[in-house]
Design a protein around this ligand. Structure first.
Ligand code: C2E
Ligand code: CA
Ligand code: CA
Length: 683
């Protein structure tokens, strides 16, 4: 060790040593970096990078050696023999090339270190070959231990070099690899130099045809320049390729792989920028939905679905003009944006979208017809934030879907916000039964002439956590549209019967039944089941249906009504006078009660026609022996009128609001309700 240090400090010109170390550092960094990149690359690129790494490594080893040798001042005449010197350069190149090639070839396994071993021992081989060409006026003796140490150090540090680069466990490893390579070259070289002992011998002369220091220096400078150039090329190539990789990743992250369109992440990135750029000028946000996509996917498989998508979007992309943005944000959902001055520009854009989406797509021999639903919201008119605008474009799109005419809809606050609330209702209703959010209230029905309590009409109440109390007038139509009314209606029927069965008096209970619910073939069975399950006598149950139930399929309706009546259950005609109101329905269907709609009571005394409708219905009921009930009685004037015209029954706020179950139960027991306690009343 001491010999080595001694050799380094006393026998070397430090300027050369410094230059050697600098070039060694640059070269090590370049070659290990190239080696690392070679490992990650495939085929030609891999081969080219391995070659570059090998050349750079070899040149580094060689230049370091000879720069250091130029700094070596043995105090005797000396020179470099050209053949051995050239051979040493060749050895350095070949072994370094071989080492990097072996180590770069396999992703894992011992070959990585084997390659490093070749690299390190190659450096030693180069060193001792070079030293064969180092001729002095004297003899050179080698310290065997130090020679072996130098070879072992070179080999071990060579292995460490490839090991650190190929098996990184921290992000600094690639630098550790470069440091190890630098040490491999440096430690090996100076240990080997420490091993030599020069004894001047005047009998020995240095041949004249040797390379002088100057020539060697020029050679070394040339190779050094090459190393530096290689370093520069590597650096820029790496920076470029890093930028390429980054751009590639960015593209992948922001684009949909199937269609190549911008994806939702890109929308999140891009729309705020467009909005800012629009700066108050109109910007259209367009929601596009590919119709029938789910059907194609379900019936023909995902490959067919994908193919339809790619064909459709390829047509779309082909028509895109400057400044038009078109992204895929979900399976069959797209979002477009465009700045405009005239609405006609957007109409034209929407027409192009519609056209691209409605041209048939081919899969094998089959043609798939699709179409688009398109909704347009405009900044700043329809909203100022991306969220508002996209939601509104969606709402308009749903309206366009409903219209099913392949056209597009501009957002319209009146039409669309309504649709939105219906959507919220539909979502909330889905879990209403499970959530226990539904309950029934009971509105009393009385005889007009003696105010005797006849029974109650069950009315549904829904307190949705999100929307608060929603009126059945609002949610029943949504439940009907979504089909949820069947399940809800079943629940109402059973619950009403269960409650009525608890009343101490055998009063009637009237249950509203939706047409959709009643027209199901098993409706009579469901009624029967509710009765059996709750133990309520069939004669106490009354089903209220509206005229609309009878319009579409009167034959089927009559059939079901007969089944119900066969059970002993009564059927009332609800809301009579509204809707179609043909008197013939009263003759052809076996009703047990006619309920005059409250709108007539409401108009009583203000519209002559309302008065005559009520009078006529009461009269008709008398003739057909069907009791008539007046709904919505609120005033004494109305009650007096009904009394005068001998209307049979009445129901309304004047007599009693819909009551919660407990209050209805006590009213059923006592026949009275304490009107002074408003807490007991529910509207
Ligand atoms: P409907 O069958 O005509 O029910 C009577 C409605 O008039 C009830 O409204 C009741 O609260 C209200 N009402 C009663 N007396 C008066 C009054 O004196 N003045 C005024 N202004 N209104 C009065 P509600 O409970 O909001 O129900 C609205 C509609 O929702 C019902 O009209 C019915 O068509 C439907 N509905 C309610 N519950 C159910 C149900 O369980 N199933 C089905 N299918 N429909 C139901
Ligand atoms: Ca009713
Ligand atoms: Ca009614």
């Amino acid at each position: 060790m001491l010999t080595v240090l001694n050799c380094l400090t006393t026998e070397h010109d430090h300027r050369f040593v410094a230059a050697a170390l600098i070039i060694c550092a640059i070269g090590s960094l370049v070659s290990t970096r190239l080696f690392a990149r070679a490992r990650a690359a495939r085929r030609t690129k891999h081969a080219a990078l391995v070659f570059m790494a090998g050349i750079a490594g070899g040149m580094t080893i060689w230049t370091t050696h000879f720069l250091a040798m130029l700094g070596f001042v043995p105090n005797v005449e000396h020179g470099f023999e050209p053949i051995a010197t050239t051979l040493s350069l060749a050895f350095a190149m070949v072994t370094s090339l071989a080492g990097f090639m072996i180590a770069a070839n396999r992703p894992t396994g011992p070959m990585i270190e084997v390659g490093g071993l070749v690299l390190g021992t190659g450096a030693a081989l180069m060193h001792f070959t070079g030293m064969r060409g180092f001729l002095v006026a004297g003899t050179i003796a080698y310290d065997q231990t130090l020679v072996v140490s130098a070879i072992i150090a070179g080999a071990a540090l060579g292995m460490l070099t490839t090991n650190r680069v190929a098996r990184p466990n921290t992000r600094f490893c690639r630098h550790y690899g470069a440091v190890a390579f630098m040490l491999a070259i440096g430690v090996m070289h100076f240990t080997a130099m420490g091993a030599i002992e020069i004894t001047p011998d005047p009998r020995i002369t240095v041949p004249a045809e040797l390379l002088s220091d100057t020539i060697l220096a020029s050679l070394v400078v040339a190779v050094t320049v090459l190393v530096v150039v290689l370093a520069a090329i590597t650096h820029f190539a790496e920076a470029q390729s890093e930028a390429d990789t980054l751009a590639h990743f960015r593209h992948l992250a922001l684009h949909d792989p199937l269609t190549g369109l911008p994806n939702r992440a890109m929308v999140r990135d891009d729309l705020p920028r467009r909005l800012k750029e629009a700066d108050g000028l109109p910007l259209a946000i367009i929601a596009v939905d590919l119709n029938r996509f789910k059907e194609i996917n379900d019936v023909y498989g995902h490959a067919a679905g994908d193919s339809v998508l790619t064909q459709t979007t390829a047509r779309m992309i082909a028509t895109l003009e400057d400044g038009e943005f078109f992204a895929r944000i979900g399976g069959d959902e797209f979002l477009a944006a465009k700045q405009f001055t005239l609405e006609s520009e957007i109409e034209e854009f929407a027409a192009r979208i519609s056209d691209a989406f409605s041209r048939p797509s081919e899969i094998g021999k089959t043609n798939f017809a699709t179409s688009a639903s398109i909704g347009i919201a405009v900044y700043p008119r329809d909203g100022k934030s991306i969220d508002d605008l996209t939601t509104r474009a969606d709402l308009a799109m749903y309206r366009s879907k409903k219209a099913q005419n392949g056209g597009w809809c501009w957002y319209d606050a009146d039409a669309d916000e309504d649709g939105r609330r219906r959507g919220q209702i539909a979502v909330g209703l889905r879990s209403a039964i499970a959530d226990g959010a539904l309950r029934l209230v009971f509105q009393p029905q009385y005889m007009v002439k003696d105010r005797k309590l006849l029974g109650f009409e069950a009315l549904l109440r829904w307190n949705s956590g999100q929307l608060g109390d929603v009126s059945p007038a609002e949610f029943i139509p949504v439940a009907e549209q979504t089909g949820m009314i069947v399940e809800i209606g079943d629940w109402v029927l059973t619950e009403a019967c269960r409650e009525a069965a608890l009343w101490p008096e055998p009063l009637g209970v009237a249950v509203n039944v939706s047409p959709i619910q009643m027209m199901r073939p098993d409706f009579a069975d469901r009624v029967k089941e509710a009765l059996t399950q709750t133990g309520l006598a069939a004669t106490r149950l009354e089903i209220e249906i509206t005229e609309t139930t009878l319009i579409d399929n009167p034959g089927q309706a009559l059939h079901i009504l007969r089944q119900i009546k066969a059970l002993g259950v009564r059927v009332a005609m609800d809301d009579f006078g509204t809707g179609y109101s043909s008197l013939s329905t009263l003759f052809s269907f076996p009703f047990d009660k006619i309920k005059v709609d409250r709108s007539f009571l409401n108009a009583l005394g203000r519209q002559a026609q309302a008065t005559s409708v009520i009078e006529t219905v009461i009269e008709l009921g008398h003739k057909l022996s069907i009791p008539v009930l007046a709904e919505g009685v609120e005033t004494d004037f109305q009650a007096a009128f009904l009394m005068d015209r001998r209307c049979d029954e009445a129901q309304g706020f004047l007599y009693g609001r819909p009551l919660d179950t407990g209050t209805a139960r006590s009213l059923a027991r006592a026949g009275i309700v304490n009107d002074d306690d408003p807490a007991r009343l529910t509207a």
